[in-house]
Structure formats: structure tokens, C-alpha cells
Design a protein around this ligand. Structure first.
Ligand code: AMP
Ligand code: MG
Length: 358
């Protein structure tokens, strides 16, 4: 299958050509085909959420286990009620503040949503993305687009259209290229089917932000560092996602100690004839002597690390390094989501160093 790629920028968005491309992608979805599109989090692999055959195709194209449910994307608040049993007050309040935006809500599903889309669950995940191209495409596709991240299962989520092409080129009909995804990590998932809302996946919308709107909010124990043995409530969180080809280790501690330890590990790797890479930040990047050093951005603005992390992991795959050492990020704000993805990519391999270098 030939995968057509169409670039949509702020400059050409209103042109007849761009509108035609979005209409075409919408038709593809309506006819049971697949098309990838940009969102503010990462690129999505879209299919008609109400068509069981489309969901089966999504699982096949990604090589994704079919017990891992898909998020249904909508473009208008009114479209929520037909696909859920009821809309809890909590969902209304969250939508007012965070939709369109990087927040996915889990609700009881109605009969309209096929089991294929929800991986057999009686609940459905719903999100309204904050991206004009995404919203137009959802409208053109009939209102309900199932869209997991547009990567092959087990690879980092794509933050650029070229990564979608790399993973899914030839397997899907079209890619709408909207440039770099501005957040770079998948949406926060909050389960609203329990008495107290529970965060199933951390993202740009933090627990603190949700608590301001809802009051008490819990975090699924399975996504906390101490709960890595517990079964996560979001089926997808149990898989080892985001795995780079090289062995990744996170080094945590004070800056000076971390830089020294990583350089020591890099020298050890070199002695063993192995190529190493480092995920550094602006202040430290020049201090590493690894084969490849990537700058994840400004430590005081961890959203820069969120935006660059998956690109960096993919670039390392292309460079064929054997070992990757990454500085740790904080557990504050978006830093928590960055650490959650980084820990998964590292298979939870993390070393803490103390400031006296021990
Ligand atoms: P992705 O589409 O790649 O961003 O992954 C979607 C995530 O949402 C996966 O971790 C799924 O397990 C999770 N998810 C989707 N639907 C549900 C649901 N009904 N209940 C719990 N988790 C869900
Ligand atoms: Mg994914």
C-alpha cells in the first residue's frame, strides 16, 4: 500500500488543498481505512472508533495486543453522551477546564462503542485533542476516531511525521504531517468510574492540576516507583513500551555526582569496545565525552525534556549505540510523566549516586 503524506502548516491550513487532504483522510476513515494525524501530545493512528473492523486493523498495523484498548477522540462536547452510559459531574468539570487538551477520561461505555475498540472492557477512554488538524479530521471522519499512538508497538511514540512513516509507511493509507508535536508525551489518563478519580497514566495534566478541579485524586499504585510489581489498571501500562534498542540506565543524584558517574560509565564502556550515548541537559551537555550526547533541554523547564525525549530515543536507535545513560528528571509536574516514560524505557534500571561520588 502506498502511504500518501500531506503537510499541513499554519500557513496552508485554510487553503482548499489542505482542506481537501483532511476531507480525504476523513473519507479513508469512514470507509474503514487508517490515517495518521498530528495531535498536541503525539501522532495518532486513526480509524473509525465505531467500526470493529477498523479497530482490528489498528491493532494489526501497530502489532499491538488486542487487549490494549484504544482512546476514542471526539471534536465536540455534544458527541460524548452517545458513547457513554452517563456523564458524571466530574467529567463535566474536567472538560470545562482541560478540553480540548491532553486529558483522557475513562467512563462507562454505551452499546454504540464496539468491544474491539475497548479491548473487551465495559469502559471507554475519551479525549478531545487540542490540535486544529486533529479536530477537523475527527469532524470529517464522522465524529469518533479511535487513535493509539502512531508507532509500531514497543517503539517510542512518534513526535514527528517522519517517525510515523518509518514505523507505519506502507501499512496505512495516509499521514497528515503537522510538524513536531508540541507536548511530546501521551495524554494523562484519569479513571472517572471509581468514587475517587484515579490517574492511570501521568502526563502534561498533573495530579495537582486535576485536584484543583476535583478535590481528592488518587494515582494508580502501579505507576508509582514503589508499585512496579502491581498490575496497572490501564492495560497498556503493563507492556514494556518505549524501549530503545540500546540498554538504557538512568543515573539520579546531584548534578556534579551524576556527571562524574556517567563519564566514568562512558569510559568503562569505551574500554569494553562499546558505543555509548548520553541524555543530558543544557547545563551539562558539553561536559560529557560519550560517542553521542543529546541535549533534552532546560532542566528548569522540564516540558522541554517531554518534547524531546522520544525523538532522542529514536535517534539513538538510528546511531547504533550499545549503552545509553540518562540524567534523571524530577517527580514534579511534567517531570513525573517524563520519569514514568524514561523508567519504562530503561526497564526500571536506575542508579542513585551520592554527592561524594560513592
Ligand atoms: P495509546 O493509545 O497508545 O496512547 O494508549 C492508550 C492507553 O489508554 C493504554 O495504556 C490503554 O491501556 C489505556 N486505556 C484505553 N482505554 C482504557 C480503558 N477503558 N480503561 C483503562 N485504560 C484504558
Ligand atoms: Mg502508545
Amino acid at each position: 500500500m502506498n502511504t500518501e503524506i500531506f503537510k499541513i502548516t499554519d500557513q496552508n491550513r485554510k487553503t482548499a488543498e489542505a482542506q481537501k487532504a483532511i476531507e480525504k483522510a476523513g473519507k479513508i476513515l469512514q470507509n474503514g481505512g487508517l490515517a495518521a494525524f498530528p495531535t498536541e501530545t503525539v501522532y495518532g493512528l486513526g480509524g473509525d472508533a465505531l467500526n470493529p473492523e477498523s479497530s482490528r486493523k489498528i491493532y494489526a498495523a501497530k502489532g499491538r495486543p488486542s487487549d490494549n484498548p484504544l482512546i476514542v477522540h471526539i471534536c465536540r462536547w455534544e458527541d460524548l453522551s452517545p458513547i457513554v452510559k452517563k456523564i458524571p459531574e466530574t467529567a463535566k468539570r474536567l472538560a470545562e477546564v482541560f478540553w480540548p487538551g491532553p486529558l483522557t477520561m475513562i467512563l462507562e461505555k454505551s452499546d454504540k462503542v464496539p468491544k474491539e475498540t475497548t479491548g473487551g472492557l465495559s469502559t471507554v477512554a475519551v479525549r478531545m485533542p487540542d490540535d486544529e488538524t486533529a479536530l477537523s479530521l475527527i469532524r470529517a471522519a464522522g465524529g469518533y476516531v479511535a487513535a493509539p499512538s502512531a508507532n509500531l508497538s514497543g517503539r517510542p511514540s512518534p513526535t514527528l511525521a517522519k517517525y510515523v512513516q518509518e514505523d507505519l509507511g506502507g501499512r496505512i493509507e495516509m499521514i497528515l504531517d503537522g510538524g513536531q508535536a508540541c507536548i511530546g508525551l501521551e495524554s494523562t489518563i484519569v479513571d472517572l468510574t471509581e468514587e475517587v478519580p484515579v490517574i492511570l497514566r501521568p502526563g502534561y495534566i498533573t495530579r495537582e492540576m486535576l485536584s484543583k478541579v476535583l478535590g481528592e485524586v488518587e494515582v494508580d499504585r502501579a505507576i508509582l516507583p514503589e508499585g512496579s510489581d502491581a498490575a496497572p489498571k490501564a492495560p497498556g501500562m503493563k507492556y514494556r513500551h518505549y524501549a530503545p534498542k540500546a540498554e538504557l540506565t538512568i543515573i539520579a543524584g546531584e548534578e556534579e555526582a551524576v556527571v562524574n558517574r556517567i563519564n566514568e560509565l562512558v569510559r568503562e564502556a569505551e574500554k569494553r569496545g562499546l558505543r555509548s550515548g548520553v541524555i543530558a541537559t543544557e547545563r551539562t551537555a558539553a561536559r560529557y565525552s560519550a560517542d553521542s550526547v543529546k541535549n533534552a533541554g532546560n532542566r528548569d523547564k522540564e516540558e522541554t525534556a517531554a518534547k524531546e525525549l522520544y525523538r532522542i530515543l529514536r535517534e539513538f536507535d538510528g546511531e547504533e549505540v550499545d549503552l545509553i545513560y540518562s540524567e534523571a528528571f524530577t517527580e514534579n509536574g511534567i517531570g513525573q510523566a517524563v520519569m514514568n516514560r524514561l523508567l519504562k524505557a530503561a526497564g526500571h534500571r536506575m542508579e542513585e549516586v551520592s554527592s561524594d561520588g560513592e
